[in-house]
Design a binder for this molecule. Structure first.
Ligand code: M6R
Length: 610
């Protein structure tokens, strides 16, 4: 997804902008560019190109714009294919303005027609963003903030925009609606960015910009203006991640680093939330009346976050004694779900910016449901708009493939379900105690699992040439199998599918041959014998089977080519540990196949279009 950076200060802007863009690479992009205001000449120089930031650096090496004010962008194409001309920044006819934009201007065709036919503008690109630059030009009367306001009043859709104007070389302005934007506050310099990693080399003090607000930066100061042009008194958020946390820190890929960060992430997600046998979630503070009012719960999310919800569903049903539906966010709104004030709607999203999840949240809110976000990103749209937010505190996740956020989402849902059950007094005390004790043991047990990485490297070599791989399991194992299959296909590009183990014989068994590896999860004791029979069904078809079982299980090894053992843990908490081998297997398989692990083809970290 597009990334924005902007700088105003006393240093050369170009290298700063390029550095910031590199920190946003994780968002996925297909082109990059910068615009720098050459203050003496009151001229804006734009350098942009399709492809990776290295292409941009090559171009900049030939003609580096000089100046201390600038904006930069990484684009993920929506309107118009990836090309030099469609890359941002965009300028109007006079080149007096430069604009970077993240989001979609929904009425751009109508505006473009008006600008071309009625006002004689000529357009260079196929993008929606270019109308923005032409509108600024149209409305500019010596005050860029006014021109920006007028432009914003004409556009419909979502945007985070950064703007520089040749006539006002001491200003950088920005605005947001439905796309992330933050301000970085420095000494004699200020910044804008789509996300914190872009700023960490320069400042740790940030403001989160809200929808409808306009930002005005000079090198000496920064201001946020509300829609009536009143200055907003926004609290400073001090980022206490060390710079290392947003970098790869010695690992070959962010994904591997994030897999290995899980014991620490578990600790953080749990931190302070279990006290004297009770779950304590200060940010929720629900009363017994609140919880008793809910007759139904929805869990709504996309991708990996959706998979975490599949595990949350049986937990809440069991501990709260009310039905739970799990929905893919992009389907949810269109099926007119039964939402009202007796519903709790939970939205799970690592980024907190996923457009479908955000739209589903708005729908639920409009229909009177209590909305609760589970997210990793403070200041994200979903966090800000939900009635309540449970943060994951898993630290920044950079790799497109979600790993530590998934396990943190699971932990958050164990905590939430036990918490709600305790408030409503519907969870048996011994059950709650057993789960909380299992959660407490997770960091240590995850470390044990992570110590066996050679095993996964070997297994990756065994499966790297497969055309298709099946993941099977029952109950929680089946829900986890879906996540295992997604992880493998997302980064290794091997076709992978998850099946409820008992369902194979109803059709899919026809696809099992000796060329089709099967990853079988057999961690749930109540279905263990049945899963074992399903494993026998596939071994009888000569499939190579990798079995996941609990430490001490001597039976499974007789039926599989390779057994992977998970430290003993309460059955229902086992997915948090069992996913680690699946993540490592996917990772090493992708490495074996020479894939771009952190930025798989066609995918973006944060999907901010519906
Ligand atoms: O930021 P979110 O959790 O809302 O993102 C949802 C999905 O786009 C995301 O989980 C996606 O499926 C991951 N790339 C999977 O690894």
């Amino acid at each position: 997804m597009c990334g924005i950076v902007g700088y105003i200060g006393t240093k050369e802007a170009t290298p700063l902008l390029v550095d910031g863009l590199k920190k946003l690479e994780y968002r996925g992009y297909d082109s990059a560019g910068v615009a720098v205001l050459e203050q003496m000449q009151r001229r804006i120089s734009v350098v942009k190109t399709v492809g990776k930031i290295t292409n941009l650096e090559h171009k900049l090496a030939e003609c580096m714009p000089k100046g201390c004010v600038g904006i930069g962008h990484t684009r993920w194409a929506t309107h118009g294919r990836p090309s030099d001309v469609n890359s941002h920044p965009h300028q109007g006819c006079s080149a007096d303005f430069a604009v970077v934009h993240n989001g979609i201007i929904e009425n751009y065709l109508e505006l473009k027609e008006w600008l071309v036919k009625e006002r004689g503008h000529e357009f260079m690109s196929e993008t929606d963003t270019e109308v923005f630059a032409h509108l600024l030009e149209e409305f500019y009367e010596g005050d860029i903030v006014n021109a920006l306001r007028k432009t914003l009043s004409k556009v419909h859709g979502s945007y985070a925009v950064g703007v520089v104007a040749a006539q006002e070389p001491d200003k950088l302005v920005a605005a947001r609606k439905d796309s992330p934007l933050i301000v970085g506050l420095g000494e004699g310099e200020n910044f804008i960015a789509s996300d914190i990693p872009a700023l960490l080399n320069h400042t740790r003090d940030v403001w989160f910009v809200e929808d409808g607000e306009v930002v005005v930066l000079t090198k000496e100061g920064a201001a946020i203006l509300d829609k009536h042009d009143h200055e907003v008194n926004r609290g400073v958020f001090h980022v206490d991640w060390d710079a290392e946390a947003a970098e790869k820190g010695g690992f070959e890929h962010f994904m591997l680093k994030e897999i290995f960060e899980q014991p620490e992430a578990f600790q953080k997600t749990l931190s302070g939330r279990i006290q004297e046998g009770k779950v304590r979630l200060d940010e929720l503070n629900f009363t017994t009346e609140d919880v008793e009012r809910w007759e139904k719960v929805f869990i709504v999310a996309c991708g990996t976050a959706y998979h975490s919800g599949l595990i949350g569903k049986p937990l809440i049903e069991e501990f709260l004694h009310i039905p739970v539906e799990v929905d893919i966010a992009s389907e949810f709104r269109y099926r007119n779900p039964l939402l009202n004030e007796r519903t709790l709607a939970v939205f799970v999203s690592q980024s907190g910016e996923t457009a479908d999840t955000l739209a589903a949240l708005r729908e639920a809110k409009a229909k009177g449901a209590t909305t609760l976000a589970i997210t990793n990103v403070v200041g994200s749209s979903i966090a800000r708009e939900a009635d309540y937010t449970l943060f994951l505190w898993a630290g920044p996740e950079i790799a497109v493939a979600s790993t530590k956020a998934y396990t943190a989402m699971l932990i958050a849902q164990y905590l939430l379900s036990v918490y709600l059950g305790q408030v409503k007094e519907t969870i048996p005390e011994d059950k709650a105690r057993a789960i909380l004790e299992a959660l407490r043991q997770l960091p240590e047990k995850a470390k044990q699992l992570l110590a066996q990485k050679e095993l996964y490297q070997q297994l990756a070599r065994d499966i790297r040439d497969a055309q298709s791989i099946f993941f099977i399991g029952r109950g929680y194992d089946y829900n986890l199998a879906m996540e295992g299959a997604l992880k493998l296909k997302e980064i290794s590009y091997i076709h992978a599918e998850a099946y409820a183990a008992g369902e194979l014989k109803h059709g899919t068994l026809a696809l099992i041959t000796k060329e089709t590896p099967v990853i079988a999860l057999a961690l749930q004791k109540n279905t263990y014998e049945k899963t074992l029979s399903n494993i026998m069904e596939v071994t009888a078809r000569d499939a190579m089977v990798i079995g996941l079982a609990e430490e001490g299980d001597t039976e499974i090894a007789k039926w599989v080519s390779q057994a992977i053992y998970i430290p003993k843990i309460e059955d229902i908490v086992s997915p948090v540990l069992a996913v680690i081998p699946l993540q490592l297997l996917a990772y090493y398989t992708a490495v074996e196949r020479g894939c771009n692990v952190d930025q798989p083809r066609n995918l973006a970290k944060s999907v901010t279009v519906e």
